[in-house]
Design a protein around this ligand. Structure first.
Ligand SMILES: [Zn+2]
Length: 185
């Protein structure tokens, strides 16, 4: 397995409450809902991260074998556009994403796994899935664009890739997207 700089593989410990012996071919509910996605589902990955779900995705793709291995070893639900991938014996928790339209995809996953009551938006990095932490404006001021609005004082930084987030013009668009999704329960 090729480990690269921004890989998040094994960064998150398996939840103490998760008894691996209970994972069988007949899926039982996972204690912690976490996902790994195939290369075709980049927008869905971003949406899941936006809503706070631990979501592994790489746009250079993991490859089928690695997707199955990650799903199995990290107890992640494998979301895929490839039904063949779900036939692999390693994969005990997976879901075939039938729809190609991103908004329909996120709705289908939300409904299938009953996620509407467990969303926690704006907690994760959309780029790398890392958790965000609150930071002082002073500590990030050098990295902000010159035209940032002066009245913005709330900033978050990704603990993994250091990407900085604030409620800029894109924030309203993201919030509207979340409202739209949550209104479709
Ligand atoms: Zn990040």
């Amino acid at each position: 397995m090729r480990i690269q700089d921004r890989d998040n593989i094994n960064v998150y410990p398996i939840s103490a409450g998760l008894n691996t012996s209970s994972i069988s071919v007949r899926p039982k509910p996972l204690n912690v809902i976490r996902f790994v996605l195939d290369i075709h589902l980049g927008k869905l990955a971003t949406s899941l991260r936006l809503l706070g779900f631990d979501t592994l995705y790489r746009n250079d793709d993991y490859g089928d074998e690695q997707l199955a291995a990650i799903s199995s070893s990290q107890k992640r639900i494998l979301l895929t556009r490839d039904q063949g991938l779900l036939m692999r014996s390693l994969v005990t928790h997976g879901y075939y994403v039938r729809n190609t339209q991103p908004q329909q995809q996120i709705l289908a996953v939300m409904r299938r796994f009953d996620l509407f009551t467990v969303v926690s938006p704006f907690q994760r990095c959309l780029r790398c899935n890392g958790l965000l932490t609150s930071v002082d404006k002073e500590s990030v001021i050098d990295q902000l664009p010159a035209n940032i609005e002066l009245q913005i004082h709330e900033f978050h930084r990704c603990q993994d890739c250091a990407q900085i987030y604030w409620k800029g013009s894109h924030y309203t668009r993201l919030q509207n997207f979340i409202d739209e999704i949550m209104g479709r329960e």
